[in-house]
Write a protein of this length. Structure first.
Length: 480
């Protein structure tokens, strides 16, 4: 016979699995609402100790599947990350003694998870699945954290229906409906004030290989071959991250001349991902060539991938495990990501940065009228990371009210409009070119102006009241 706490923990485990299946590549977005409903049922009326167990079960269910891709590189490290991410959920269930507090607690957990440690890990989060559902448009009001809140409120509402708490169910439904309508009518970037003819170039090739296992020159030549048929008269050509790999400064490299020749032949601005080796360190940049073949702008990646592009506290972790797969550390860049080019003011989010809303917001607020995501997910053998990355790109497009063009050497490359709709995308591994017409916009969404602060503050106040309320009641009783 299972204990009552054990039964609730099993229910929460199933809820976490449901959330994971709501995410790409599965994409069954309603399951996230059902998953949170299971969590709300599980924590209702339980002790702090039991809620810890419930949070652990839910987190393990969500992140073991949602971050499954990590096991391709290091099983022990993947396990440690799953446990770490689960701790955030456990913190949420401790803060939430009642289901009504759960949405605020999950928002705070997601905000913390996306910031610490080492800059955070937003992958595997609830919002990545909800951008494909009816709540997605609300991101232009409150960003990805508002999507987490609305999903949780809807889940609590479902739990209230099952528990026959009609008032709670009606209140939850009304709150979700009002917020969704607000998202629909809120500013979305405004009218297009210019049109660009764009090509996103995907050189193609095998997947599931680490960088050291692939000839850098072959990757570059695949991009050139895919670009050979590009017509003249284009406005912008986007190449992926890490397809131009040189030692020293790109200005002095022969590859720069070959990209410049492409720009002159097509009459387009060309933005390409460049790796500049500098001994034991390197720079990861998006570099723009003008139609005349001159380098006119660059942006160096700010959000580096911990244990992928650099090893935090390398001396310490070297003693704990093998870090030879990352022999060099990326140099962190600075700036907003804005590229001033003849094609217009463009905002660059390099690969992993597409998971961080602050990078798109920084570029948009600096004047970017179109977002670019040069990325490289060729190391992953499954579609989990490429599909989550495309979902993150859809989120950033909605939050900022900007069209977005993503280019990856083996996929997914894609074109997304300012409302988060995928207009076109490639298949994994193939050599393809996406040709599209995209719009430049200057309007700003509510989220681009306000950011995450309003949602975090609101969630913090709800959580604070939940924590202080029992103490205030005890104090009131003593006073009597």
């Amino acid at each position: 016979m299972y204990s009552k706490a054990g039964v609730r923990a099993l229910g929460a485990l199933g809820g976490g699995v449901a959330v994971a299946l709501s995410l790409p590549p599965f994409g069954w977005w309603p399951l996230a609402i059902a998953g949170v409903a299971a969590l709300a049922w599980a924590i209702d009326g339980q002790s702090c100790r039991t809620r810890l167990l419930i949070g652990a079960a839910f987190g393990l269910g969500q992140f073991t599947i949602g971050l499954w891709w990590m096991g391709e590189f290091n099983g022990a490290g993947a396990g440690a990350v799953v446990v770490l991410e689960t701790l955030f959920v456990m913190g949420a269930t401790v803060v939430a003694p009642r289901p009504v507090v759960l949405p605020a607690a999950l928002v705070l957990a997601e905000a913390a998870r996306g910031a610490v440690p080492f800059g955070g890990l937003p992958m595997g989060g609830i919002a990545l699945g909800q951008i494909a559902g009816p709540l997605g448009g609300s991101a232009r009001v409150g960003g990805h954290l508002l999507l987490v809140a609305l999903t949780a409120v809807a889940g609590v509402g479902v739990a209230a229906v099952v528990s026959r708490h009609r008032r709670s169910a009606v209140a939850a439904g009304a709150l979700v409906a009002i917020t969704v309508v607000t998202g629909v009518v809120s500013p979305d970037g405004g009218r297009a004030d210019a049109i660009l003819n764009v090509a996103a170039v995907q050189g193609g090739g095998p997947r599931g290989f680490r960088k050291d296992d692939v000839d850098e020159r072959l990757v570059f030549e695949a991009q050139l071959a895919a670009s050979a048929a590009l017509p003249a008269g284009l406005d912008l050509v986007v190449w992926p991250e890490d397809v131009v790999d040189v030692e020293g400064d790109i200005v002095d490299a022969p590859e720069a001349g070959e990209v410049a020749a492409l720009a002159r032949r097509t009459g387009a601005t060309v933005v390409a991902g460049v790796i500049e080796g500098q001994g034991r360190r390197f720079r990861n940049a998006a570099v723009a060539w003008s139609p005349e073949g001159r380098i006119v702008a660059r942006y160096d990646k700010v959000h580096r991938v911990p244990f992928g592009e650099y090893i935090p506290a390398r001396a310490l972790f070297k003693r704990l495990g093998d870090v030879s797969a990352v022999p060099r550390d990326a140099i962190a860049g600075t700036g907003t990501g804005l590229l001033g080019t003849p094609a217009g003011d463009l905002g660059a989010l390099i690969s992993y940065e597409v998971f961080f809303a602050d990078r798109a917001r920084a570029a948009t607020n600096a004047g970017a009228r179109l977002l670019l995501v040069p990325t490289n997910a060729a190391s992953f053998s499954t579609s989990q990371v490429p599909t989550q990355e495309l979902a993150a790109a859809r989120l950033r497009a909605v939050e900022s009210g900007r069209d977005l063009v993503q280019a990856a050497p083996t996929g997914y490359s894609g074109v997304i409009d300012h409302r988060g709709r995928v207009l076109d995308r490639t298949t994994l591994g193939n050599r393809e070119v996406l040709a599209a017409t995209v719009s430049l916009r200057t309007g700003r969404t509510v989220y681009s102006r306000a950011g995450d602060a309003p949602v975090i503050v609101a969630a913090g106040l709800v959580a604070l009241v939940a924590v202080l309320r029992p103490r205030l009641r005890r104090g009131s009783r003593k006073a009597r």
